[in-house]
Design a protein. Structure first.
Ligand code: NAI
Length: 332
């Protein structure tokens, strides 16, 4: 029996985490879920949006499955997502974006894995009010973090038979910060000559991604660019409802979808649970449950291929419950 910290989150989080628990159960994997609240709910109940007992739970279990958590815009507590990534030094945010069968998408041949640096950049949370009319936000780029995200991208490329790593930056403008990031990426590329390496300025990269995404293989980039590019890439393959994510450090791993808490559809039983389901597939692989991971992945693909029981974001008119039930039926 595995023990995993479960953070349902808020918005659509509880609906989709419940769905994923049901799917994992149907695949026959026994997990003891150590379930905890964070964010606004935890603040009201425990006086902190990220209570110490949640941190202790992740420390003990080393693996967590997390639903999305709402972060207020321009006010409120610091993002729980960013805090968790920094607290557990989850430096690699890995986001595989792939065309799936049967999904109505702009492109049919997308297969990109994004390696987003997850701990620094403008997300370091250093903002200073200079005076009433001026605020500065500090962009932090370190040699260590740049090197290890580049290493993670190249190691992944080598292990998974990928051909090319593209570093995305804005070093023409941020010559020192993005310059340092590129310097480390180039050094790591030199140590992995069997994998092709190229570089693109972020604006040009966005244009090329929406014109010819098949040109891209593995992308390595900083935190902010990675955040934006991830959603852009999700749009290429049919939306946020099908893109999984992994937050990985040396010791701890938190699995979560790319999408947020989707307040516009929360509580309506129409959220697509597949992005979190595919994140859970990655979690099961991490836990050594390879057969179950494979059968859930296959069930997801068969569900999409048959085009029935899909949620509205995928062009269907089914509920989260109906989609989950069908997914469970398809697990062999
Ligand atoms: P969002 O990803 O929540 O929603 C963007 C659009 O995609 C919405 O129209 C939503 O309905 C749709 N969508 C997202 N996931 C879906 C799903 N599973 N099924 C069907 N449709 C889906 O982004 P938004 O609106 O910018 O952010 C909402 C909140 O989520 C914010 O407070 C933000 O800070 C937070 N957030 C949390 C993340 C996390 O916990 N890892 C990641 C991104 C945002």
């Amino acid at each position: 029996m595995h023990r995993v910290t479960l953070i349902p989150g808020d918005g659509i989080g509880p609906e989709i985490t419940n769905a994923v628990k049901t799917v994992i159960d149907a695949a026959g994997v026994k997990i003891c879920w150590d379930e905890h609240q964070v964010g606004q709910n935890a603040l009201e109940k425990y006086g902190s949006p990220l209570p110490e007992h949640v941190i202790e739970s992740i420390k003990a279990n080393k693996v967590a499955l997390k639903g999305p958590v709402t972060t207020q815009i321009g006010r409120g507590f610091k993002s729980i997502n960013v805090t968790l990534r920094q607290t557990f030094d989850l430096y690699a945010n890995i986001r595989p974006v792939k065309t799936l069968p049967g999904v109505n998408s702009l492109f049919k041949d997308v297969d990109i894995v994004i390696f987003r640096e997850n701990t620094e950049d403008l997300y370091a949370g250093i903002e200073n009010v200079i005076d009433n009319d001026r605020v500065e936000a500090v962009k932090v780029i370190t040699r260590k973090a740049s090197r290890r995200i580049a290493e993670a991208a190249f190691e992944y490329a080598k292990l998974n038979g990928r051909k090319k790593v593209t570093a995305i930056h804005k070093a023409n403008i941020m010559k020192k910060a993005d310059g340092l990031f590129l310097e480390e990426a180039r050094k790591v590329a030199e140590e992995h000559k069997e994998v092709e390496y190229d570089e693109l300025i972020v604006d040009n990269a966005c244009m090329q991604l929406v014109q010819k995404p098949s040109k891209f293989d593995v992308i390595v980039t900083e935190n902010l660019y990675g955040d934006i590019i991830s959603d852009l890439c999700a749009g290429l393959v049919g939306g946020l409802g099908i893109v999984p994510g992994i937050n990985k450090g040396e010791e701890y791993t938190i699995f979560e979808a790319v999408h947020g808490s989707a307040p516009d559809i929360a509580g309506k039983n129409i959220a697509n649970p597949l992005a979190l389901t595919l994140s859970a597939v990655e979690m099961l692989k991490h836990l050594g449950e390879l057969e179950a991971a494979k059968s859930i992945q296959k069930a997801v693909e068969n569900l999409l291929r048959q085009g029935r029981c899909l949620t509205p974001d995928l062009g269907g008119c089914s509920t989260t419950h109906e989609m989950t039930k069908e997914l469970c039926n398809l697990i062999s």
